[in-house]
Design a protein around this ligand. Structure first.
Ligand SMILES: [Zn+2]
Length: 111
């Protein structure tokens, strides 16, 4: 699986949440609803192909299927909350985090 995760917009998060019966989402149009059904059934190689055209949807599907925190993560995005600090006063960066949380930070503290 690719390590660089594409940005998941709030509407994409909401569509995927709805598709998986989670709170915080709303139904997509008929094409996207069918697309999400196909993605849910796709094996990894076909999912990779779909990711070429719909990277955000595949990222959101992958999060909700394989990440134990995926539902909460998508709910934060759909609600416009920063997935890290849970503030919703924005503005959020393209990564979905607030500006403070989007700052690059050394993982092991100061060197
Ligand atoms: Zn934040």
């Amino acid at each position: 699986m690719s390590t660089n995760s594409p940005t998941i917009p709030p509407d994409v998060a909401a569509h995927v949440l709805f598709h998986y019966g989670q709170e915080g989402g709303y139904q997509a149009g008929s094409f996207t609803t069918d697309l999400l059904s196909a993605m849910g059934k796709a094996d990894p190689s076909n999912l990779d192909r779909l990711a070429l055209g719909f990277p955000a949807y595949v990222a959101a599907i992958t999060a909700i299927q394989y990440d134990p925190d995926g539902v909460a993560y998508l709910q934060d995005i759909a609600a416009g909350r920063c997935p890290r600090c849970k503030k919703d006063d924005g503005p959020n960066t393209p990564s979905g985090h607030c500006e403070a949380c989007a700052q690059p930070m050394p993982l092991d503290g100061a060197r």
